[in-house]
Design a binder for this molecule. Sequence first.
Ligand SMILES: Cc1ncc(COP(=O)(O)O)c(C=O)c1O
Length: 401
Amino acid sequence: MPGPSRLYIIGAFFLGVVLTGAWSNRPSKQKIRKRQLERLAQLDSNGDIKEGIEGCIGKTPLIKIKSLSEATGCEILAKAEFLNGAGNSPKDRVALSIIETAEEQGLLTPHSGDTIYEGTVGSTGISLAAICRARGYKAHICMPDDMAVEKSDLLLKLGAEVERVRPAPIVDQKQFVNLARTRAAEHTADLSKSGRGLFADQFETEANWRAHFTGTGPEIYDQTSGCLDAFVSGAGTGGTISGVALFLKQRLPHVQVVLADPPGSGLYNRVKFGVMFDSKEREGTRRRQQVDTIVEGIGINRQTRNFEVGRELIDDAIRVNDDQAKAMARWLVKHDGIFVGSSSAVNCVAATKLAKSLGPGHRIVTLLCDSGVRHLSKFWANTESIEDIESDLDLDEVLNP
Ligand SMILES: Cc1ncc(COP(=O)(O)O)c(C=O)c1O
């Protein structure tokens, strides 16, 4: 055999030996899978892997709002509730709490047609609709037709059934909360429909304030190491302010709890004077809107169980008008790159006013509830360009536009 051919044969022989060895030593499929699972478990123990979208609810960051802190000499901290992962607002906590409570009570069966009905200005509906998808339920949302259209569009994309109804007082059976309660009962009574209807009842259910008592409150306490002087929040159902107040006050009795309230809401007077009243609601002056403001999600003119459960722990109330809220929203974008919706802006105005009255050196915690993206067509519509705002705009001009 000629020399080069012999060399090829010897080379091929050794290559065969090496490949056979590598093949027989290759990790089996089970070994690979085991290693993958070990790696996943390791990541999971670091908290890097969440159990479904529900796992992305809570433990939101506490952000120092640098511009407001520098301008007031107080530390103004905001819980970034818009980073809750399902419906992107504090209502994720409430929706999950309502669903899990109903599941524990055996009231819901996945993929049976069971449907959750809720009356909401939007945020709770969005959270319910997302979590219902994840858990195998349907969602039917009744909401006032004057809320930003982004919210009902999003609900439809999440596959919820949406009924937009004319704003009406609570005594009207067509009012959005009453309608949701009726629709749930109709569903259960209708034997041609699969599953049953469950009314979420965010204004009255204990599951609402408890979500903040066991989640938002303890998180604020831990993130500040119990070192804070005041908590500021608006109230829609009242679940947030009551749940957080009930938790914080039992550990830190000196903490001031302050309500931020928009125009037309009766809560300001309920806190200050014990009566639910707003001058805009005076006989003969009543406007078409229940709460006369561009702000969505906070302010109400009736007593709810969720507000009343913590009311006596609320030390003070601060009124915030629409112009102040709009000016604050633009201030936050201009100085901090924070783009939020109307209730968050109201919270920040109230927190800043409180900082000015307390004086430098205090620490105040508030909430950033949802993103401005949900408010483009209403609260953020027709606002002047951020670049057009005077660069030396003073915070006093934001508080008194
Ligand atoms: C955007 C937004 N912020 C704040 C709130 C008020 O929270 P609570 O109902 O806990 O008082 C709501 C209530 O729906 C809301 O939608």
